[in-house]
Write a protein that binds this ligand. Structure first.
Ligand code: NAD
Length: 501
């Protein structure tokens, strides 16, 4: 980080990341094949604005072919003993580790985030694979002996069948890896439809799957596309369960569509997370955590702290405002592949415009902009500098809507009760954090906050893969979350057998 105001660095795509512009292919039944005669969308490097690949917008026909391949492979895959499926997952882990650097570079180049952040993402994805490798333990059933004379009851878990996964742009490697390893470890076959904005990391993951001989053809399939492919997944009777991550509006479309056709669904939606700064918080420790949470990945994380709720009197409010502005002014803005960068470009010019327009509206409605990042948007029109605004109205667009950019809204309140009341007024319930030195305040917060992932002096409270990623309210449609024991419950059906011999 540099001192003396946000630093803007030259943005350009490095030679190492300048791939040929080719049209991506689908992976069906163990082989790569071009999508049919469909439109293609440009996959644009967020730093340079260059087109790096063309993404075919597959339709119902491509989805159908992939579903047929997945259905054909699933019965045989289910027969493979769980220990051997676990070994296949471990072989996938080895493959990911071997090509980790390549995957990290591709995440950074395709989505725009820094290499350090991309490395963290890939590391998290690999942890999901490691967690799924415990499948022989995780799949074990239950038994109750002697419910009547000579009668025993057993519960066993069986795969649901074919799983469709639809993933967002902001974690193009980690989120496919939240779903793929558990789904196949449970004995299902799998069809992935990655984000059309940055699908190349998913393609590399599937290339690695292809190299794992323990995973038979057809168990994992990849179909590129956008809305039409999602509609086809929702309507295809050959898909039994749908895992989704994206905006809350899309989550609702996916959840309703899946239920209409009788599929099991987990649809993880958006977020608006609050970071509560108590009067006793050590600002020296809290500020780096708040900066990372609000501005890391240019605010494009579902765990981003996008509202800072400052508890205290006028003196404390001024102190926190000044500390926020001072810390944010030191952040370096630049391309993801520059190790000096703190704040990367946004994924697209359209995403940047959406946030800049919300800042325009807030400014014309009298919001107090403590730091304004709407300067030079860079060569691809994707740069937005860190922006800090004090919301005049705590129910304003800036305080309540998910804007998904490097924008931190400050809301000021008198006490912790008011802070909790504010954050519980959100339609979302993904995450939040408190910064304090008081165990009692932390306890009141963790008891009362209506969000599923909380941090105490931790700015990005992402659970490790052995726990569920457990958003509440509009941050999920469905009951079972990604990762941990929830994943195993989602990807299996319970069967209860009552026996008398
Ligand atoms: P998005 O909803 O635009 O897209 C997600 C997926 O849905 C993509 O594969 C896309 O092709 C498809 N899609 C988009 N619009 C569609 C429509 N109208 N009908 C059918 N399919 C559609 O989300 P995004 O912008 O790629 O991702 C960012 C969002 O994801 C943010 O809201 C973020 O909070 C959320 N997110 C949530 C979590 C979580 O765990 N809750 C994690 C990561 C991201």
């Amino acid at each position: 980080m540099n001192a003396g105001g946000p630093q803007r660095r030259h943005i350009g795509v490095s030679e190492a990341h300048r791939p040929e512009v080719s049209t991506l292919r689908n992976y069906v039944g163990g082989s790569w094949r071009p999508a049919g005669d469909v439109e293609a969308l440009a996959d644009v490097d967020p730093a340079s604005g260059e087109t790096v690949a063309l993404v075919p917008l597959s339709g119902a026909a491509e989805v159908r072919t992939a579903v047929e391949a997945a259905r054909a492979a699933q019965p045989g895959w289910r027969e493979v003993p769980p220990q051997r499926r676990a070994r296949a997952v471990l072989a996938l882990r080895d493959g990911l580790l071997k090509r980790r650097e390549e995957l990290v570079a591709l995440v950074s180049a395709d989505m725009g985030k820094t290499l350090e952040d991309a490395d963290g993402e890939v590391g998290r994805g690999i942890e999901s694979v490691e967690s799924a490798a415990a499948i022989p333990h995780l799949l074990k059933g239950e038994m109750l002996e002697g419910v009547a004379a000579g009668v025993d009851v057993e519960l066993v878990r069986q795969p649901v069948g074919v799983v469709g996964a639809i993933t967002p742009f902001n974690f193009p490697a980690m989120i496919p890896l939240w779903f793929l390893p558990y789904a196949i470890a449970c004995g299902n076959s799998f069809l992935l439809k990655p984000s059309e904005q940055d699908p190349r990391p998913a393609e590399l993951i599937v290339e690695i799957v292809d190299s794992v001989e323990e995973i038979p053809p057809g168990v994992v399939n990849l179909v590129h596309g956008g809305r039409a492919a999602v509609t086809a997944i929702l309507e295809d009777p050959g898909i039994d369960a749908v895992s989704f991550v994206g905006r809350a509006e899309t989550a609702r479309i996916v959840a309703e569509g899946a239920v209409r056709t009788g599929k099991r669904v987990q649809a993880l939606g958006g977020a608006k997370n609050s970071l509560v700064v108590m009067p006793d918080a050590d600002l020296g420790q809290a500020m780096p955590a708040i900066m990372g949470s609000a501005f890391g990945a240019a605010g494009q994380r579902c765990l981003a702290g996008s509202v800072c709720v400052v508890v205290g009197d006028e003196t404390r409010r001024t102190e926190v405002r000044e500390a926020l502005v001072e810390a944010a002014s030191k952040l370096t803005i630049g391309p993801g592949d520059d190790p000096a960068t703190d704040v990367c470009p946004m994924v697209s010019a359209a995403a940047r415009d959406k946030v800049a327009e919300a800042i325009d509206r807030a400014a014309s409605n009298g919001a107090n902009l403590l730091l304004d990042g709407r300067g030079d948007a860079g060569p691809a029109d994707t740069i937005l500098g860190p922006t800090i605004a004090v919301a005049g109205d705590p129910e304003s667009e800036l305080s309540r809507d998910e804007l998904f950019g490097p924008l931190l809204t400050v809301v000021e309140v008198n006490d912790l009760n008011a802070a909790i009341e504010f954050l519980n007024g959100s339609r979302y319930g993904n995450a939040g954090a408190i910064f304090t030195q008081s165990g009692a305040a932390a306890r009141q917060y963790r008891y009362g906050a209506e969000a599923g992932m909380l941090g105490v002096n931790v700015g990005v409270p992402a659970p490790v893969a052995w726990f569920p990623f457990s958003g509440w309210k509009d941050s999920i449609d469905g009951d079972l979350h990604a990762n941990g024991s929830d994943a195993v419950r989602f990807y299996t059906r319970e069967k209860v057998i009552t026996s008398r011999w």
